[in-house]
Design a protein around this ligand. Structure first.
Ligand code: SF4
Length: 58
């Protein structure tokens, strides 16, 4: 992958994460995530994720 496409991919991911954080109602994404119950999510960031590629609002 070229450096430009890596840079564009990183920029897109940062913008996407920023949009997710704007839409999340609380400080931590887990508080409003549909995967925040039981053993569904095993990510180490849980329950205080501020960035998460798997975040899905309830
Ligand atoms: S998927 Fe991400 S945001 Fe959702 S509960 Fe797991 S760590 Fe939190």
């Amino acid at each position: 992958m070229s450096r430009i496409s890596q840079w564009v991919g990183g920029l897109v991911e940062r913008i996407r994460a920023w949009c997710v954080r704007l839409r999340a109602p609380g400080r931590f994404l887990c508080d409003s995530c549909r995967y925040d119950y039981g053993d569904v999510c095993k990510r180490p960031e849980r329950p205080n994720a501020t960035r998460c590629p798997d975040y899905k609002p309830r």
